[in-house]
Ligand binder design. Structure first.
Ligand code: N2P
Length: 352
């Protein structure tokens, strides 16, 4: 009798252990920008794969990098922009992508499949792309504010003193100021950067806040009337208040491509890696990609999703800019050692 009990006990342990080792991934940790996915997609993914996506939010590429460099190891998939992919590749922080595990990779538009910051998508897939311009409220304007001067010229900024928000993002704020001054948004020239810093300092008293996650809500409550912001965020606010609109200023603006990348850390664990590949591929299924695009209102690099993307998104010039506008857009680009100058001057802006 005792023997039989022992046998059953051993059997139970063996079955239990096998079940555990075969159970596959249960969670995926995603580190991304705020409101950058239709939350319904988490539910659909879980229904299909049994994997729960746990989302954590960062506000800028620099915050993302700092968090990982400080030793955060739990993140499986991260969403850095173009220049940050370059930096992270240089630092060997991203897993190499095995394209054969990504059935839907062929859905991507060839314009995006060999980016200079990640040749032949060696480490990342493009997620969304967009521009950084000005959000405004038509109640205040007869003609759209088509210049960065409305924010950076101290006399004009006076008109909305205390009602302006800038992104809490070093490269974006310098990028806009540099473009307004006629310089490259990726300059490494200290004198040009000092000029840009002084420009921001001169209007700092008119700025209510440096904010990247909830600035569109501040527009909805009218706490701000002008916002440096990312196209899609402002269009999402527009869905709630039709007076809110977005413009790419005449001096030009920053354009960016955000990317889905698997961390080196996740690649060391088979379960985590499996989950990451499933996630990347799920987001590129045409129906899921279209659903996501119709929620975030950014431009999708997924060509196969287009038939299901809302016509109003596909034909919206501030989302898919025309050729003339396109010529005024610039990537931030990497700045190498000059990052130190940016950081120092950014601290001066924030603390002065
Ligand atoms: C989404 C933010 C877009 C990120 N809320 C811009 N790189």
């Amino acid at each position: 009798m005792k023997k039989r009990l022992l046998a059953i006990f051993i059997l139970l342990i063996v079955v239990g252990l096998t079940a555990c080792s075969d159970s596959g991934p249960e969670e995926l940790h995603l580190y991304t920008w705020s409101e950058y996915i239709d939350p319904e997609i988490y539910t659909l993914f879980e229904e299909e794969t049994g994997i729960t996506v746990i989302e954590d939010i960062f506000g800028s590429n620099e915050d993302l990098l700092a968090k990982l460099q400080a030793g955060a190891t739990g993140y499986d998939v991260i969403v850095p922009s173009d220049y940050m992919v370059d930096i992270m590749n240089e630092l060997d922080m991203l897993a190499e992508l095995d394209h054969s595990r990504l059935e839907n990779i062929g859905n991507l538009n060839p314009t995006f499949t060999d980016p200079p910051f990640d040749p032949n998508m060696g480490h990342c897939l493009p997620y969304f792309w967009g521009t950084t311009g000005i959000g405004f409220n038509w109640e205040d304007w007869d003609e759209a504010p088509d210049s960065w001067a409305y924010i950076f010229d101290p006399e004009l900024a006076q008109n909305f003193s205390g009602q302006i928000s800038l992104l809490d993002d070093m490269r974006e704020v310098f990028g806009a100021a540099l473009i307004y001054l006629g310089y490259s948004p990726g300059t490494t020239n200290e004198a040009e950067l000092a000029e840009a810093r002084d420009l921001v300092l001169a209007i700092k008293d008119d700025v209510l806040t440096f904010e990247s996650d909830t600035y569109e809500d501040l527009m909805l409550t009218s706490e701000t009337r002008l916002a440096q912001g990312w196209s899609g965020d402002i269009f999402v606010a527009q869905a709630e208040d039709e007076n809110i609109d977005y413009i790419i200023p005449k001096e030009g603006a920053v354009m960016w491509v955000d990317n889905l990348c698997i961390t080196k850390d996740a690649a060391e664990d088979e379960d985590r890696l499996d989950a990451a590949y499933l996630w990347l591929d799920f987001l590129n299924r045409p129906d899921i990609n279209a659903m996501n695009t119709n929620w975030v209102w950014y431009a999708s690099p997924n060509e196969a999703a287009e038939p299901e993307i809302l016509e109003e998104i596909l034909t919206y010039p501030a989302i898919y800019p025309d050729e003339e506008t396109f010529e005024r857009l610039q990537f931030l680009g990497t700045v190498g050692d000059a990052t130190e100058i940016y950081s120092r001057m950014w601290t001066e802006i924030k603390t002065e």
